[in-house]
Design a protein around this ligand. Structure first.
Ligand code: SAM
Length: 363
């Protein structure tokens, strides 16, 4: 049996036990949490490579900081402004993956950052980050839990999409929650009637599968409750509510990634592929506002990076960086699907990244 196969079967056995303990039906968000984060076994907890530009490296998908350091250098300009405005000297990164973005920010920000704290659920990734960021010494630290009070600038790239979602399925006009059962030793979906509803009315009588994001919203409420001074910049693929819950988006956004290929079956080969859902940015903005943060802006990744001076930075970069930069901002690649939301404690200020093309009114 291959290593991946043995990890998968140990993880599958663990999830089967959890399904049995839950009475034979596990809500999808609990399945997703185990598939991704079960200690030592889940996709993000096991030793597979995950991030990288090409499948030949054994990676499954590429993220912006893995593509080019220009991403982190541009984001650093926004972080720099937020540190200055809030009078803080700390950066907090959630879900730091391989540590690529942390390295880029630390290099670009230099002495402006006194302490860089990483919070990541995955122990194996924390080890990778430690190795990669060793040259930055004691300035970088890892926190397993958030302190009661935080000050500084929070960043998170593609972390919200990795948080477990609940699946809701309207069938014959009735809403159901989708869960996981074990059938003939395989995982299968089973829908049960529910009182849960998507945050927006879905027009039309057709069957409709979608996601809701209680964990991502709870995460934003927690950082909002604890952030005493500072700001947060969260970057990810997603839409405002009106697009997310559009009647035509009747298959939802749940997606798996392995070997740079996408598929829609999270129940197959559990633990060997990433499972993600797009972000409902309206839900994120509302959760943040209800917990006392202001929305500084919301825009596409392309607008945000251009506003942060990506083109100037690219002019000084070697030519091989230029193709990667195009991927960050190209409308058909990451430029339009990926969005950035900026949140802040205290008053509003004109954040650099939203200077042109702000779409807060669409949330
Ligand atoms: C898709 S990866 C993105 C990694 C990295 N930010 C990048 O852009 O390459 C998601 C990351 O979020 C982490 N993660 C997921 N949920 C988290 C949570 N609630 N708190 C902290 N980290 C989390 C995962 O362990 C993983 O490192």
């Amino acid at each position: 049996m291959t290593e991946a196969g043995s990890v998968t079967s140990a993880l599958s056995a663990l999830i089967r036990t959890q399904v049995e303990r839950a009475g034979g039906w596990l809500p999808f968000d609990r399945y997703m949490a185990l598939a991704l984060y079960a200690p030592g076994l889940g996709y993000y907890a096991n030793a597979s490579r995950k991030f990288g530009p090409l499948p030949s490296s054994g990676s499954d998908f590429v993220t912006a900081p893995e593509l080019t350091p220009l991403f982190g250098r541009a984001l650093a300009r926004q972080v720099e402004q937020a540190l200055r405005v809030s009078g803080t000297r700390e950066v907090w990164e959630f879900g730091a993956g391989s540590g690529a973005l942390a390295g880029q920010l630390l290099e670009a920000l230099g002495d402006q950052v006194e302490r860089y704290t990483i919070v990541d659920l995955s122990r194996s990734l924390r080890e990778r980050q430690r190795e990669r960021l060793a040259p930055h010494g004691a300035k970088v630290r890892w926190a397993l839990e958030l302190p009661e009070r935080m000050r500084g600038v929070i960043v998170g790239n593609e972390v919200l999409d990795a948080m477990p979602v609940k699946l809701l399925h309207r069938v014959g006009g009735r809403w159901h929650e989708r869960g996981v059962v074990v059938s003939a030793l395989e995982f299968a979906f089973e829908d049960r009637p529910t009182e849960l509803r998507p945050p927006a009315e879905i027009e039309g009588p057709h069957d409709y599968l979608t996601e809701v994001h209680p964990q991502a919203q709870a995460f934003v409420r927690t950082i909002a409750d604890r952030l005493q001074a500072g700001a947060a910049f969260l970057l990810d693929y997603g839409f405002p509510e009106s697009e997310y819950y559009h009647p035509q988006r009747h298959m939802g956004t749940l997606m798996c990634h392995r070997g740079h290929l996408a598929d829609v079956d999270p129940l197959e080969d559990t633990g060997t592929k990433d499972i993600t859902a797009h972000v409902d940015f309206t839900g994120i903005a509302v959760a943040a506002q209800e917990a006392g943060l202001n929305v500084l802006g919301y825009t596409s990744q392309a607008h945000f990076l251009f506003n942060c001076g990506l083109l100037d930075l690219a002019a000084d970069a070697p030519p091989e960086q230029h193709a990667a930069m195009q991927k960050l901002v190209n409308e058909h690649e990451m430029g339009e699907l990926f969005k950035v939301i900026g949140l802040a404690r205290g008053g509003f200020w004109d954040a650099l990244g939203f200077a042109r093309g702000d779409r807060t009114e669409r949330l």
